[in-house]
Design a protein around this ligand. Sequence first.
Ligand code: CTP
Ligand code: MG
Length: 262
Amino acid sequence: MRMLTPRKSIAIFSLRVALVDSNPYNHAMTASSAYFALVPAAGSGARMGGERPKQYLPLAGQPLLFHALATLCSVPRITRVFVILAPDDIEWSRHDWSSLGPKLAPLFYGGATRAESVRNGLRATAAQVQPRDWMLVHDAARPCLAPWHVDALIDGVGDDDDGGILAVPVTDTLKRADESGKIGATVARETLWQAQTPQMFRHVYLRRALENHASVTDEASAMEALGFHPKLVAGDPTNFKVTYPVDLLLAGWILQHRGDET
Ligand code: CTP
Ligand code: MG
């Protein structure tokens, strides 16, 4: 852990001590931690437009959501893949997920925001995981996730309690707008990264972070607010988020041509 303020160091230390003190199964904490995936898929896809939530739009012969779930289920180190669906989801049961095998576990606990969906998922899975097990939170809307992305993240984070996220260095020149919509400043991009998912944190810390910081757009922000310093693990731009209709075309092309370069 780097550069913690004394107050935050004490807060995290207290959290860790509290965890040890309150856990009657401490012997289990010395065993190596397991890996679980948690996939928020309870959004409406407003920016995509259309009737159907974007996670169910057809992509390369399957619902969009299928692709990320298939990758996560295929990674041997991942024990289980929890997918968080809206309580009123009517699409899930219309598709056949059986080819993904027994790791897949749907949970109808989605919330009003992405952070709420993830927090609800952490609450719902608490009885099935150990506090120090790793949760890899991945957007359903990133269908081009590949097994090597997941392995890079798990290997990159190792056993560092700060956890980490996949990200890519910013390549464009960045401009800060002024009030009139003109360029106010050019921002140095050398240290800037674009956050992706999966974002990987120990269940106990991530749950604490999201119970306290519900208005965040990614898990790392909530962890940062708690004083953690998540690691940036280099991914690649193919793991982008499908947001607008044109992104569907790009994702389809990437899935179709994956492996061509090898
Ligand atoms: N998500 C969720 N619960 C919400 C909102 C979003 O589980 N209440 C999920 C989405 O299903 C998606 C991921 O969080 O897999 C990333 O969110 P985003 O790309 O913003 O998807 P939507 O919120 O569905 O899209 P939009 O913001 O355009 O409405
Ligand atoms: Mg959204």
